[in-house]
Design a protein around this ligand. Structure first.
Ligand code: FES
Length: 81
């Protein structure tokens, strides 16, 4: 099980966290990964000063731009399965 946490705090919300959450849910659906990915929303991961949306994968923190989600999903999430 890969733990994925997406920040939905104010700064990340303004940078597109809603789209990131929706996008991950859609990718999980497309790849039938419900039993493999544990997705949760978090409030402020204390990285607001950076561009993009904060996301952590098994405790490793990243900042991503919503339009690069597919690339991130394959490279950082699916690669752990
Ligand atoms: S609001 Fe997302 S890191 Fe602060």
């Amino acid at each position: 099980m890969v733990e994925v946490r997406v920040c939905i705090g104010t700064s990340c919300h303004l940078n597109g966290s809603y789209n990131v959450v929706q996008g991950i849910q859609q990718l999980v659906e497309e790849h039938a990964l419900h039993d493999n990915i544990d997705l949760e929303a978090y409030f402020c991961m204390k990285q607001c000063e950076c561009k993009g949306v904060s996301i952590s994968v098994d405790g490793e923190n990243f900042r991503i731009e919503p339009e690069k989600l597919n690339e991130f999903f394959e490279g950082k999430i699916m690669s752990k399965l």
